[in-house]
Design a protein around this ligand. Structure first.
Ligand SMILES: Cc1cc2nc3c(=O)[nH]c(=O)nc-3n(C[C@H](O)[C@H](O)[C@H](O)COP(=O)(O)OP(=O)(O)OC[C@H]3O[C@@H](n4cnc5c(N)ncnc54)[C@H](O)[C@@H]3O)c2cc1C
Ligand SMILES: *[C@@H]1O[C@H](CO)[C@@H](O)[C@H](O)[C@H]1NC(C)=O
Ligand SMILES: *[C@@H]1O[C@H](CO)[C@@H](O)[C@H](O)[C@H]1NC(C)=O
Ligand SMILES: *[C@@H]1O[C@H](CO)[C@@H](O)[C@H](O)[C@H]1NC(C)=O
Ligand SMILES: *[C@@H]1O[C@H](CO)[C@@H](O)[C@H](O)[C@H]1NC(C)=O
Ligand SMILES: *[C@@H]1O[C@H](CO)[C@@H](O)[C@H](O)[C@H]1NC(C)=O
Ligand SMILES: *[C@@H]1O[C@H](CO)[C@@H](O)[C@H](O)[C@H]1NC(C)=O
Ligand SMILES: *[C@@H]1O[C@H](CO)[C@@H](O)[C@H](O)[C@H]1NC(C)=O
Ligand SMILES: *[C@@H]1O[C@H](CO)[C@@H](O)[C@H](O)[C@H]1NC(C)=O
Ligand SMILES: *[C@@H]1O[C@H](CO)[C@@H](O)[C@H](O)[C@H]1NC(C)=O
Ligand SMILES: *[C@@H]1O[C@H](CO)[C@@H](O)[C@H](O)[C@H]1NC(C)=O
Length: 580
């Protein structure tokens, strides 16, 4: 249903908007280009959006005395360095124009570089519209189209591929759409039950806090700082509750959005079905600008949780045990509601979170009993602890730390996910190859592999069917997603870049070879990935996704690295976004 139809946007309409055709006429304008709007034109946009246009001032300008906004202040800069390292998310996430990925921050205005280096915007958007509703989005889309300016959509700025940042861009900043509305009786042709409508700026930690006590739980991110309606749900998402209820994107009842062509509409499994399908798993920042999402809410109840640790006191026995752990992992989630999250280093395997919704701790003991017998046989000591929580929020906070942000999730990890097929771990030969790969990745003692054992297979006896959506089909065949992981080193960007190269050039191809035909969680990839990103990130959905994108974005306003249609653009030498 089209709630309001705007006149179609037309690129490069007026001569006044783009007076001079430069050599870059196929490129978007950046500051300094003849086509970049003057102050009066921006002022006019500011009036159109009720004075909510914000010029980006990098947070770290207080660490520099050159470049834009020189304002070096040693005390403030030292405090910022500490805030970055200790709690970067809290510092950066609420800031317009900022992003959290160090690779895209690119030392262009870093708290960790010399004060004499100029503070520059780099990949930060030049202006942001602090969006309050559809009219702001429509104004931003129209402006970007009329003035041939790169557009980005930003919620939290977490994206690992830099998809919510862009040099010379106008940003639609969605973070302040914070409404949370419980709908006790949602009714549609395919769902009758409770639901919750989330403004697109709601972060997981806030949603959990708001819902705790309402009697409902939702399928949402583990890490409290992650948005829900933006890149998370649009990228398919992962959660501790997927085995019980299905993938995060499977929970979506409706999207409220503005299409790139300016149409304000609602997409559900019954109306605007192509957009509904594409937005649920086809990637953020591609098909439209989402203002809110309505997802299923489920009855809350007790959750059994716990941890299990065993150490590498004998290398051969340890890796045999890790192999058995993976090989038997399907039994942890087959015909159950369970989720098991763990990490492996060369020195330990740590289950940091068992999640057994609506069960008690005796179920954890039953679940691991056969594996503990193997550990005893292999003479490996272990420590198993269990806890009972009365709600999912309490269970999550026990494992991940207090809301809203928690304290477990690394803020600046270097990672590249892989969906591990059930078939790979069930087959002793291919499981052994996978173990050799992880053993090799972790061998230098710095990398760990973090995994979550899940089951979102089709035809589960635990859950009903889900509406058709663009979740990568490899998820349905996966037993786990696993991410090699190493923290970004702020003091040594060169080392951090070398770790990224090791990940994409050495480790990731080995993991792919051990899991042929599978895919990835498209939100948790390294931007330097060199393989077949279309197949790896979208599977066989790619061609249909591209058709839907072309139908709704005729003037190619929405671009993001590794988003569907991204290869129709390139970046030139000065980081202008150009049509390929
Ligand atoms: C520290 C950290 C913890 C994480 N934890 C989890 C986790 O627990 N579970 C999980 O599944 N993933 C997790 N992720 C991955 C996360 O899902 C992705 O980074 C995701 O892209 C974040 O979406 P966002 O909207 O919050 O971020 P943003 O970076 O703001 O946006 C990501 C993408 O979505 C687009 N987008 C954002 N808002 C909108 C909107 N309203 N309409 C249209 N497009 C939009 C942007 O343009 C961009 O392409 C984590 C990432 C980090 C860095
Ligand atoms: C937009 O207008 C508001 C209100 O007048 C003002 O505070 C703000 O600085 C303006 N933004 C820009 C980018 O000039
Ligand atoms: C420098 O920063 C500190 C801490 O934020 C602040 O108290 C102080 O006033 C600042 N100094 C100047 C000169 O702005
Ligand atoms: C980082 O900045 C350098 C120098 O401006 C540039 O060459 C490079 O492309 C930038 N990298 C990213 C990821 O933006
Ligand atoms: C953005 O707008 C919200 C109101 O929607 C306001 O509370 C907030 O202060 C604004 N943020 C900035 C940085 O202007
Ligand atoms: C899971 O449940 C289905 C349907 O109830 C059944 O056919 C199948 O054998 C069960 N699998 C296991 C491993 O218990
Ligand atoms: C735990 O659950 C099992 C299986 O449902 C049940 O038999 C047992 O009584 C429960 N224990 C407690 C303490 O509730
Ligand atoms: C594993 O090693 C850690 C660190 O040395 C130690 O604290 C812990 O007790 C060990 N756990 C077991 C089960 O041996
Ligand atoms: C959830 O609510 C209960 C009851 O009000 C409270 O005791 C608990 O601390 C809350 N949990 C979290 C994680 O906020
Ligand atoms: C098990 O995996 C190996 C190696 O990938 C493969 O050659 C073999 O065909 C697989 N066996 C079965 C039964 O699938
Ligand atoms: C893990 O790797 C580190 C670094 O090479 C090494 O010092 C340590 O002994 C290794 N641990 C085990 C248990 O092999």
């Amino acid at each position: 249903m089209v709630l309001r139809l705007l006149p179609l946007l037309i690129v490069g309409t007026t001569a006044a908007a783009t007076p001079i055709q430069t050599a870059y006429s196929t490129c978007k304008n950046i500051p300094g280009d003849a086509g970049w709007p003057g102050p009066g034109v921006w002022h006019h946009l500011n009036n159109t959006v009720g004075g909510r246009l914000i010029g980006t001032i990098p947070v770290a300008h207080i660490c520099h005395n050159a470049g834009i906004y020189p304002a070096f202040n040693e005390t403030a800069c030292v405090a910022l360095q500490e805030a970055f390292s200790d709690a970067g998310a809290q510092t950066l996430e609420p800031q317009p124009g900022e992003m959290l990925n160090p690779y895209f921050m690119n030392t262009s205005c870093s708290p960790f570089t010399s004060q004499s280096l100029p503070c520059e915007l780099g990949n930060r958007a030049v202006y942001s519209i602090n969006v309050t509703g559809p009219a702001d989005v429509q104004a931003g889309l129209r402006f970007a189209s009329d003035h041939n300016i790169r557009l980005v959509v930003k919620n939290t700025g977490l994206d690992y591929m830099g998809k919510s940042s862009g040099h010379g861009a106008l940003s639609l900043w969605m973070y302040n759409l914070k409404s949370i509305d419980v709908i006790h009786h949602y009714a549609s042709t395919h769902y009758l039950g409770a639901a919750v409508k989330l403004g697109s700026g709601v972060i997981a930690g806030d949603a959990y806090e708001a819902l705790n006590g309402t009697g409902y739980r939702i399928v949402a991110p583990e890490c409290g700082l992650t948005g829900i309606a933006g890149g998370y749900l649009q990228g398919g998402g992962h959660s501790q509750l997927v085995t019980k209820y299905g993938a995060p994107a499977d929970q979506v009842l409706e999207w409220e959005l503005v299409t790139p062509a300016g149409e304000y509409l609602i997409a559900t499994p019954e109306q605007n079905t192509d957009l509904y399908w594409a937005l649920a798993g086809g990637g953020g920042g591609t098909y439209g600008v989402v203002l809110s999402v309505t997802i299923k809410a489920h009855p809350d109840g007790p959750v059994a949780g716990g941890t299990l640790i065993f150490n590498n006191t004998n290398d051969a026995a340890f890796w045999e045990a890790v192999g058995i752990w993976f090989h038997t992992s399907p039994s942890f989630v087959q015909n159950t509601t369970n989720n098991v999250q763990f990490l492996v280093t060369n020195a330990t395997l740590q289950v940091f979170s068992f999640v057994l919704p609506d069960q008690n701790t005796s179920a954890i003991h039953d679940l691991v009993a056969p594996f503990l017998a193997d550990l005893k046989r292999l003479n490996l000591a272990y420590e198993l602890k269990t806890t009972q929580s009365s709600t999912y929020a309490d269970s999550l906070a026990t494992a991940y730390g207090p809301f809203p942000y928690g304290n477990l999730c690394p803020t600046y990890p270097i990672i590249s996910s892989r969906l591990i097929p059930r078939a790979t771990v069930l087959n002793s030969t291919s499981n052994a190859q996978l173990m050799n790969t992880y053993r090799s990745i972790t061998s230098d003692g710095t990398w760990f592999v973090g995994c979550s054992i899940i089951n979102v297979a089709e035809g589960s006896p635990i859950r009903g069917p889900h509406p058709p959506n663009a979740v990568h089909p490899a998820w349905r065949k996966a037993i786990a997603y696993c991410n090699p992981n190493n923290p970004w080193d702020w003091d040594d960007p060169g080392k951090s870049l070398a770790l990224k190269r090791q990940l994409v050039d050495e480790f990731f191809p080995a993991v792919e070879a051990a899991t042929p035909g599978s895919g990835v969680y498209l939100n948790e990839m390294d931007p330097l990935y060199t393989g077949d990103w279309k197949q790896t990130m979208y599977g066989d959905n790619y061609d249909r996704l591209l058709r839907i994108k072309h139908a709704h974005d005729p003037h190619r306003l929405m671009y993001a690295h590794f988003a569907v249609g991204a290869d129709e653009f390139t970046l030139d030498d000065e980081a202008r976004l150009c049509h390929a």
